[in-house]
Design a protein around this ligand. Structure first.
Ligand SMILES: [Zn+2]
Length: 216
């Protein structure tokens, strides 16, 4: 099953002129991924359709695939591990790639790398499990972005808690049905998203559900 895409054309009449606006939207089925090209200035809205579903987001410069979204660099520049509207997300080369323009949740994760088959083997004793690592690689392949040895995404809606004693736990997402985050491209990008297929933990509240994506 592949992400469902719809293209809408809206006509708006303003001061005698007809302005044509395009809106693209996709529904990523539960446990699947999506790749897309996002031009500088375009805004992507990522919506948690049913609530408590994580979406891993990876981004690469459309001009240089060795430049990618880097959570560690972003936390270094921002001096914080949580983002809010107005904050920029940075690349491994310390350049801004995306800007948060709207967010109805306020809790996302920069710490965890993408889930991958080996993680499910080690933590849950399951082999050949679907994973964000695989979904992101499949999503990037049509754009000829080479698969990295691992993805370190911006994990939308993921609720990671660092406790005072140093423990790190993944709790249920705070996102409710219809909650969303909007990000604006600061440069031309290739974006990959994965509706995280982990049903074994609180990460997605033990139930994998779809993610809606729109370019506005
Ligand atoms: Zn995942």
């Amino acid at each position: 099953m592949f992400p469902f895409c719809r293209r809408h054309t809206y006509l708006t009449r303003r001061i005698g002129r007809v302005i044509k606006l395009m809106l693209q939207e996709w529904l990523i089925p539960a446990t699947k991924g999506l790749g897309l090209r996002l031009q500088k200035g375009q805004v992507i809205r990522v919506t948690d359709v049913d609530g408590m579903q994580v979406a891993d987001l990876a981004a690469f410069s459309d001009r240089d695939y060795t430049e990618r979204l880097d959570p560690g660099v972003t936390m270094d520049v921002l001096g914080q591990m949580y983002v809010s509207p107005g904050d920029q997300l940075y690349s491994n080369k310390y350049q801004p790639l995306l800007r948060i323009v709207a967010d109805t949740v306020g809790r996302h994760d920069f710490i965890n790398s993408a889930c991958r088959p080996e993680m499910y083997e080690v933590l849950y004793g399951k082999s050949q499990h679907a994973s964000c690592y695989h979904n992101l690689n499949v999503a990037l392949a049509p754009y000829h972005v080479p698969a990295p040895d691992q993805h370190y995404p911006f994990n939308l809606f993921m609720n990671t808690v660092i406790h005072p004693d140093g423990r790190i736990t993944v709790e249920k997402p705070l996102s409710k049905a219809g909650d969303y985050t909007e990000l604006q491209a600061e440069t031309d990008l290739i974006i990959a998203l994965s509706a995280c297929p982990c049903s074994e933990s609180k990460c997605n509240n033990y139930d994998c559900t779809p993610i809606k994506v729109e370019i506005r």
